[in-house]
Design a protein around this ligand. Structure first.
Ligand SMILES: Nc1ncnc2c1ncn2[C@@H]1O[C@H](COP(=O)(O)OP(=O)(O)OP(=O)(O)O)[C@@H](O)[C@H]1O
Ligand SMILES: [Mg+2]
Length: 306
């Protein structure tokens, strides 16, 4: 810890979550800054993968410059990647962070960071399971005694859900809706079990023209993608050992990421697994807050590379 305090005084340490929708930076005692993963209208990532290195560097550079100690000393950066990242994708993240002005970098898996940032007791000898539903990736991990025991990810997330909403609007209602409108609708559609869900017609319209939306069509369009997302947790659940399963039943499944805030998502997973599902207190920030909390241990274990 003394070593951490000494070295972090000289090199400010920060955490960065380079997400498909948002780049989030955690710094200092509780600082957090988020910017869209867009540069000059270009998406920097798709499905959790950097597709435009220059755009990522252009987004990160000013963020890293802001946190320089005395305006000159570059920060060390812990960055998060999906758990199924390829070595090439891993290297791209490393290179982009270093090129953006980091002194050193350490890469950690997103679901582990989400679990720590979401307040799960990752050091417990009893396993817990987390599912992070992001913009482009749904990532699941089982964690016990501070270690990730199993991870499973699929490149599906809110982006597919939004695309499905846009398609359904055009196909069934002859309406063109943009990304923002699709996102607004996504926050209103209940993807829970139809048996339990509030019937779409009973949802009070927020705007007078909203009753033109045929909510059941949207639900139908979202269904294959919701199943794909839930399938990530179900696939993990099927492959874990029974002893771990008992511990997870005890601790429940935890959700994080923007997709976890969709109406009915938690209850839907509960129905599919018959395990209690909870959403962490800060679903959007859990990954970057957790990565930031890992900084002292990374320094103690000398996990930094250039
Ligand atoms: N309240 C909400 N209800 C439904 N969806 C939401 C809500 N808030 C955010 N979202 C969705 O979550 C998405 C962003 O999620 P998140 O910030 O976890 O993604 P990300 O970390 O950038 O992506 P990834 O981890 O997949 O690379 C938004 O694009 C939006 O569609
Ligand atoms: Mg994310």
């Amino acid at each position: 810890m003394v070593e951490y305090l000494r070295s972090s005084f000289l090199k400010p340490d920060i955490a960065i979550d380079i997400g498909t929708a948002w780049v989030r930076v955690a710094y200092g005692a509780a600082g957090l800054h988020a910017v869209p993963s867009l540069f000059e209208g270009r998406n920097a990532l798709r499905a959790g993968v950097i597709i435009d290195r220059d755009a990522v560097t252009a987004i990160l550079r000013p963020l890293l410059k802001r946190v320089r100690r005395f305006g000159v000393l570059p920060p060390r950066v812990v960055a998060c990647v999906p758990s199924d990242v390829t070595s090439k994708e891993h290297d791209t993240v490393r290179e982009c962070v270093l090129k953006s002005g980091a002194a050193n970098v350490c890469i950690v898996p997103e679901p582990l960071a989400a679990a720590i940032g979401g307040g799960l007791d990752v050091a417990s000898p009893f396993a817990s399971m987390i599912l992070d539903i992001g913009e482009g990736v749904t990532d699941c991990a089982v964690i016990r005694s501070g270690k990730v025991i199993d991870m499973h990810a699929s490149r599906v997330g809110c982006a597919e859900l939004r695309r499905a909403v846009i398609k359904a609007a055009s196909r069934h209602m002859g309406q063109f809706i943009d990304r923002n409108e699709a996102d607004r609708l996504l926050r209103r559609i209940d993807v829970g079990n139809p048996m339990h869900a509030v019937l779409p017609g009973n949802v009070a319209p927020v705007r007078p023209d909203e009753d033109v939306y045929d909510w059941s069509r949207y639900r139908e369009a979202l269904e294959p993608f919701v199943e794909k997302i839930l399938g990530v947790a179900q696939a993990m659940w099927r492959q874990i050992k029974p002893s771990l399963g008992c511990e997870i039943i005890e601790n429940g499944i935890w959700l994080s990421g923007g997709g976890s805030m969709m109406k009915g998502m938690a209850s839907r997973l509960e129905d599919a697994t018959r395990i209690k599902v909870n959403t962490v207190a800060n679903p959007l920030e859990a990954v970057v807050r957790g990565a930031h909390a890992m900084l002292p241990i990374i320094t103690i274990l000398n996990g930094w590379t250039k």
